[in-house]
Design a protein. Structure first.
Length: 128
């Protein structure tokens, strides 16, 4: 398979998992290389990632940093599609092309996070 890291599909919402599998097959058809590096995250994992690159004040005030200063996410715990099994991150040689394919088949993305794809409108599914 051209895209590795399929163990991260475990725990995803089943329709999203199947859609990601479709994306992986599509990427494989085009011989694109990449790796899924993140999928479902616990609230604790999300808190740890959210804290990276932020001061305590920035955490408390939920300051948006969009990857600046070593930050890796702008989503505090409970505010990320990852917390609901509705997002994956893909990195690797052909990351940009895989993300482009993901957009073409209907996945949502985050403009400043080149690795992230999510179920479109996921907030409506979880009542956010």
């Amino acid at each position: 398979m051209a895209v590795s890291g399929t163990s991260y599909l475990y725990g995803l919402w089943p329709p999203f998992s199947e859609a990601v599998r479709y994306l992986l097959a599509y990427a494989s058809y085009y011989n694109l290389e990449g790796s899924i590096v993140s999928g479902l995250r616990s609230l604790q994992e999300q808190a740890g990632l959210y804290a990276q690159g932020r001061t305590q004040s920035e955490i408390l005030n939920r300051v948006s940093k969009r990857g600046a200063g070593g930050s890796v996410t702008d989503a505090p715990p409970g505010s990320s599609a990852h917390n609901y099994g509705l997002a994956v991150d893909i990195e690797g040689r052909d990351q940009a092309r895989i993300i482009q394919l993901a957009r073409a088949i209907g996945f949502g993305t985050v403009s400043w996070d080149p690795a992230h794809i999510e179920w479109p409108g996921w907030q409506n599914l979880v009542g956010r």
